[in-house]
Design a protein. Structure first.
Length: 173
């Protein structure tokens, strides 16, 4: 087989990735370039020394250039009651003001918006960026963590939202 025969189509790849369950996050930024946020599931830890995570963002996204210019981001891991907020931040064409209207927000070290009722908020400084295909991979050092151990998490699997129980509770998938 040639390499052309081995490469999956974009649709086949998206279908396969829909079966990879992931936390639902709102990734935010604020600074000289302005305030913005998007719903994202392409977030994962990189290392704990120093605490670093990565976030993948489409370069055509409304938040992309603002993250680049501001150099900060906050990953807000959503709880089970935040599905409407996740959909709001995923809606194309909404203004920044309209996106942020659905929640109560604070900020920590970087000034990026942190959702007050998030399961976890990870306030970060961008330390590196790589371009891959249509996306930028932002490597971000975590400067502050705010955590609510009593929240139930929201995950996205098979193109729909599901709730996971808090520690010690059975998952409700």
């Amino acid at each position: 087989m040639t390499a052309a025969h081995l490469q999956a189509s974009a649709q086949t790849f998206r279908n396969a990735m829909s079966l990879l369950g992931a936390a639902v996050n709102i990734v935010t930024t604020d600074g000289p370039a302005g305030r913005q946020g998007i719903t994202a599931s392409a977030v994962c830890s990189v290392t704990d020394t120093p605490p670093t995570l990565l976030v993948c963002v489409n370069r055509n996204s409304s938040v992309h250039d603002k993250i680049v210019a501001n150099g900060t981001l906050c990953v807000n891991v959503l709880g089970h009651s935040d599905e409407a907020l996740a959909k709001q931040f995923a809606t194309p064409g909404l203004t920044s003001k309209d996106r942020f209207a659905g929640g109560s927000w604070t900020s920590f070290v970087t000034g990026a918006p942190a959702l007050e009722k998030a399961t976890v908020s990870l306030d970060c400084r961008v330390v590196e960026r790589h371009e891959v295909g249509t996306h930028s991979v932002f490597y971000a050092q975590v400067l502050h963590v705010a955590q609510d151990d009593n929240r139930q998490s929201l995950v996205y699997f098979d193109r729909s939202f599901h709730m996971l129980g808090a520690a010690g509770q059975q998952a409700a998938l």
